[in-house]
Design a binder for this molecule. Structure first.
Ligand code: AMP
Length: 132
């Protein structure tokens, strides 16, 4: 089982931002920016492009709503989107508020935010998501 499946099952804690029956959004534990969120299918699939067309469509609709919530909490030029999956073999989309392209440089040193700040960010995004 992947670490993200354990998160979905509640066996590993996460900073929950949004969810529905099929998808789950939570803060990246090593964020590139404040408001860096991962969106995953609850179903365990490794490679993003192995998701069916229909599932990808529903995942992107959900991801779009999460991005809107992030943008409300962290006003930015755009919410950037990236798919890599080189470290965790469970399909996921990275979302991060962007002021410049450097904000989505995954090679740079990641932020380490205190748990209270992570909790507050997740709560703010969850609240913005819920208001939509
Ligand atoms: P990649 O598979 O290359 O797209 O990167 C996996 C991402 O998952 C990285 O940005 C990690 O910081 C993030 N990550 C790994 N474990 C956790 C976790 N337990 N909670 C939140 N994010 C995680």
């Amino acid at each position: 089982m992947t670490i993200f499946s354990k998160i979905v099952r509640g066996e590993i804690p996460s900073y929950r931002c949004a969810e529905n029956e099929e998808f789950y959004a939570f803060l990246d534990i090593n964020p590139v920016t404040r408001g860096h969120v991962l969106v995953i299918p609850k179903r365990e699939v490794d490679y993003f492009f192995d998701l069916s067309d229909e599932e990808l469509g529903r995942m992107m609709s959900f991801t779009k709503r999460v991005a809107a919530a992030i943008k409300q909490v962290f006003p930015c030029k755009k919410v950037g989107v990236a798919v890599m999956g080189l470290d965790v073999n469970h399909a996921h989309v990275h979302l991060a508020p962007l002021q410049s392209e450097m904000d989505m440089d995954f090679g740079k040193k990641k932020l380490q935010l205190p748990a209270e700040e992570m909790q507050q960010i997740a709560a703010d995004i969850a609240s913005a998501f819920g208001r939509q």
